[in-house]
Design a protein around this ligand. Structure first.
Ligand code: GCB
Length: 577
């Protein structure tokens, strides 16, 4: 799916701004910014924790010369189920809160008068949507009026609303629908294979390096060669400009995009980018910020990339859902590698007496949705050089028999959709227990020794972590990334000797963890949990959110940030241990 871009044949109207908004139980509309989560914008706790349907509305005009064009409405992301109406006509329904969807609306728009766009969302989580959850009503003598609670088993707040831009755009009648790019490096040549989806027939494809043509081709599918290519690499981004022209008399269309030439591969104990062993330094992140929640914010995004550079990170995981396209464009430009994760988190009840992969919970309906999500995700992001691996889920109950069949299908489908990138699943079970990691290319493990187990005892880390990681390698013989480790830390809390929740404890814990990682040659990366403090649901284990950030929610460094900065600036991006 192409990101809407302007060209001499296409126009884009970004409908970001202040819309009208109401919940199902309110009659009156209030003002609501788009994109943003609605939760933290007012002072009303009922709206903050609202579960159910909400209505967003605004008007727009279309220029009269769009009459002979295709017109689309495109929603970058909205949580979690959506219905979109143009002048009262339902034009598209969509399930899932973290990927874009669109509809052609050429037949439903008015010319010469305003159009009404309405988006109806439902933020209820169910077992057939990712991430899953369940709405329960408790009625007992302590809750005589009935008590509604949305249970979900993932650790971030269920921020809701229109989180990414809504755009109206035009294309010619016959147009360039999609483009896919695969790059290879052979001897001293960059090979760029492209494939165009369109009803058109005549194409001219031009690849430029800073304005100079370096390759061109004709045809719907083709291969271009770039002599002595400048490669895209983490820490050293290089982007070429691809221009695709559809040359049909009445349907001339042009789409331009930036591409990077690079290869990715897993071989033995290593994760190779451009045939060199890459070492992942970075974080699991979240799309999360004060007041705007999960709403796209260019200020926060650019700040985050500047902080990643400042601290010497070269990568992050889009824990636990696909991030905005705008973030991936930044990753391409900043030269940051991305492990892109499906919104499959919370496929776990954290109770071994209850099955998760069973009828009514994670079942065929969930699987069908999961496969659709993998497809939409890959079709959205396959052209980003920064995306180097797909993660199909985070901390699912992979010890269950049902999980094996389920994930085998998800992984097979992912591989079919994109044979060029390695696949992982992020695990939280013991190496012998998982029924799934044998199907992936890289082992990703989240570990919290001295935090959730043996609370406060930093001395056990070395023994426990080393023992476990070696077991992972002995069984699977695959490269391993420690995809989460960290400690809740209240900025400004100090103690010596280090006690839990202080900045000293976070630093000591992370130090002890990385000392083990440095000893193990099959460990190809360290992603600290988390980049910044983030909001969660209210719980006795969360002090106004999860505080495992290396930066505060306001993006200020905690003590450990300086330790990591010193460490990561010494470790090269390409590092054979
Ligand atoms: C995990 C989860 C992550 C949590 C983290 C924590 O294992 O993957 O979503 O936020 O632990 O802090 O407990």
């Amino acid at each position: 799916m192409l990101y809407p871009k302007e060209s001499e044949t296409r126009e884009v109207k970004d409908l970001s701004g202040v819309w009208e908004f109401r919940t199902e139980i309110d009659k009156d509309y209030i003002l609501m910014p788009v994109p943003a989560s609605f939760n933290d914008v007012t002072q009303d706790i009922n709206l903050r924790d609202y579960i159910g349907k909400v209505f967003y509305k605004r008007s727009f005009f279309v220029p009269s010369y769009w009459r002979d064009k295709n017109i689309f409405v495109r929603i970058g992301a909205a949580t979690h189920s959506s219905e979109v109406y143009v002048n009262g006509v339902l034009v598209v329904k969509h399930k899932g809160g973290f990927l874009p969807f669109e509809a052609e609306i050429s037949d439903y728009v008015n010319y010469g008068k305003e159009n009404i766009l309405e988006i109806v969302l439902d933020n209820t989580l169910t077992w057939d949507i990712l991430p899953p959850g369940e709405l329960k009503t408790i009625e007992d003598n302590m809750h005589p009026k009935g008590y509604r609670i949305l249970n979900y088993y993932f650790d971030f707040y269920n921020y809701s609303g229109i989180h990414r831009p809504v755009m109206i755009y035009s294309t010619p009648k016959v147009y360039i629908k999609d483009i896919s790019i695969i790059t290879e490096i052979v001897n001293n040549f960059g090979i760029v294979k492209y494939s165009i989806e369109s009803e058109g027939k005549n194409f001219h494809v031009i690849l430029r390096d800073k304005g100079e043509i370096v390759a061109e081709s004709r045809g719907k599918d083709g291969v271009m060669e770039v002599r002595s290519p400048k490669l895209w690499e983490p820490g050293n981004s290089y982007l070429y400009n691809l221009e695709v022209r559809l040359l049909e008399k009445d349907n001339f269309d042009v789409y331009r995009m930036e591409i990077g030439i690079r290869t990715v591969k897993v071989e033995g104990k290593q994760f190779l980018i451009n045939e060199k062993p890459f070492y992942f330094k970075g974080f699991g992140k979240h799309e999360d910020a004060d007041i705007r929640g999960k709403g796209l914010d260019h200020v926060i995004n650019v700040k985050d990339f500047n902080l990643l550079k400042w601290i010497g990170a070269n990568s992050f995981r889009t824990s636990h859902y696909p991030y905005s396209e705008e973030i991936l464009f930044l990753a391409d430009k900043y030269g940051i590698a991305v492990i892109e994760e499906a919104p499959a988190v919370g496929l776990n009840l954290w109770n071994r007496d209850e099955k998760v992969f069973t009828k009514g919970r994670v079942d065929e309906k969930t699987l069908e949705h999961h496969l659709e999500v993998m497809r939409d995700l890959i079709y959205r992001d396959r052209n980003h050089p920064s995306v180097v691996m797909w993660s199909v889920a985070n901390e699912a109950a992979t010890y269950e028999d049902g999980a094996e069949e389920y994930f085998k299908k998800v992984i097979e489908e992912t591989r079919k959709l994109d044979p060029t990138r390695p696949i992982t699943i992020v695990e939280n079970v013991a190496p012998k227990e998982t029924k799934v990691s044998k199907y992936v290319d890289v082992i990703c493990v989240n570990r919290y020794y001295s935090w959730y187990t043996d609370c406060g005892d930093l001395s056990i880390i070395e023994y426990q972590l080393e023992k476990e990681l070696k077991e992972w390698f002995e069984i699977y013989k695959k490269p391993l990334i420690l995809s989460e480790f960290g400690a809740d830390t209240i900025s400004g809390f100090h103690s010596d000797p280090p006690l839990m929740f202080t900045e000293e404890y976070q630093q000591e814990m992370i130090k002890k963890f990385v000392e083990v990682l440095d000893k193990l040659d099959f460990v190809v990366g360290e992603h600290v949990w988390n980049f910044a403090d983030f909001m969660t649901k209210q719980h006795i284990t969360r002090v106004v959110g999860n505080r495992k950030g290396v930066f505060t929610r306001n993006r200020q460094p905690k003590m450990v940030a300086h330790f990591l900065r010193e460490r990561w600036n010494k470790i090269p991006n390409f590092w054979k241990k």
